[in-house]
Design a protein around this ligand. Structure first.
Ligand code: ZN
Ligand code: ZN
Length: 348
């Protein structure tokens, strides 16, 4: 580093304070902690934005409530209840029918057995008792009665099915009429939803933009500052959230142009700053350049070797003509022309 290898003329792009860099481990730790701070900031911003996103969410039911005719809503509820009752009754009748069918099968079996017994008795020459005749009549009676009940139940089921059919049709009609009334309420709801979307986006930007600008300002302001990594990580977090908000709330087309535009602006700004500081170093960069030049016994501007010090009187770079030493206006000693203070009297 201290080798006096001649530097290319005007290669004055400053190298950031290399000799004062912290050790690698410390730098790595600073990087990791800065990243952690950035992540936490990202998280925190995300929570705030989520909370902003929750403000006055419109409710579809309340919109519909105002738009629907109360009589129709009541009728719909009534019909729904009636329909449920009818469906329940139909189910009950099916159960009853299953029971009756089992009982009929049973009775038929008994009856057939009894008839068989009577046929055999009559064939053998008639030992058919009075009591057995009564039992047969009872069985017959039971069989017929079950049959009648089954027929009744089937008839009832048919009428219930008919009722269900009517109710379903009338419900469909009712729902259609309600839908017609719901239409404007839904449109109103969509409008409210959209206007809320813009409101939320505006609130989010109103919160995020100052944070973003403050972080950007801190980063730009403290270009060589101690806390630059920290500010930079905050800026990254704010930029990320800003991009997320824009992506979420604005059309994709818009986002595409905005993202590309912002990227282009950042790259151009960096390039311009670099070119500027390369062409005309100013402030801290210029001071550093000049300091380094005198320290290495080279012209700060063109790196031509300097052979003399202040003790040899005023001097100029033989290669580029830059004034190197001149007489101090306040003490008359020879001073460095390109450094802020006179080394003899300290005048600036
Ligand atoms: Zn020179
Ligand atoms: Zn002086």
């Amino acid at each position: 580093m201290s080798q006096a290898s001649p530097v290319a003329p005007h290669s004055v792009v400053p190298e950031p304070a290399r000799e004062r860099r912290a050790p690698f481990l410390l730098r790595a730790l600073i990087l990791v902690l800065s990243l952690a701070a950035g992540l936490l900031a990202l998280w925190l911003l995300g929570f705030v934005l989520d909370d902003i996103g929750d403000i006055d969410r419109p409710n579809l039911a309340s919109f519909e409530h105002g738009a629907l005719e109360p009589a129709l809503v009541a009728a719909e509820g009534e019909q729904q209840r009636t329909l449920a009752a009818v469906v329940r009754d139909i189910g009950r009748q099916h159960e009853i029918q299953a029971g009756l069918r089992a009982s009929i099968d049973n009775a038929r079996g008994t009856l057939e057995q009894m008839l068989e017994v009577r046929r055999l008795a009559l064939e053998k020459g008639g030992d058919w008792q009075e009591a057995e005749g009564a039992a047969l009549a009872t069985a017959q009676q039971r069989f017929l009665s079950s049959q009648d009940q089954l027929d009744e139940s089937i008839e009832l089921t048919a009428s219930l099915e008919q009722r269900r059919h009517e109710l379903t049709a009338s419900m469909a009609d009712l729902l259609q009429r309600l839908d017609v009334q719901r239409e404007p309420a839904r449109a109103e709801y969509q409008r409210a939803l959209k206007s809320r979307e813009y409101r939320v986006a505006a609130f989010k930007l109103a919160f995020l933009l100052p944070v973003f600008l403050a972080a950007a300002w801190l980063v730009a302001r403290r270009r060589r500052g101690l806390y630059r990594p920290l500010f930079l990580s905050f800026l990254l977090a704010a930029t990320w959230q800003l991009g997320a908000v824009i992506h979420q709330h604005f059309p994709a087309e818009f986002f595409k142009y905005l993202a590309l535009g912002a990227g282009l602006a950042v790259v151009v700004a960096f390039l311009v700053a670099l070119l500027r500081s390369a062409a005309r170093p100013s402030g801290a960069v210029l001071l550093k350049r000049n300091r380094e030049g005198y320290r290495r016994w080279e012209c700060p501007s063109c790196a031509f070797p300097i052979r003399t010090g202040t003790e040899a009187g005023p001097a100029t770079c033989a290669a580029c003509g830059l004034q190197l030493y001149h007489e101090c206006a306040s003490c008359g000693a020879t001073r460095h022309s390109q450094l802020p203070h006179c080394e003899a009297c300290g005048a600036s």
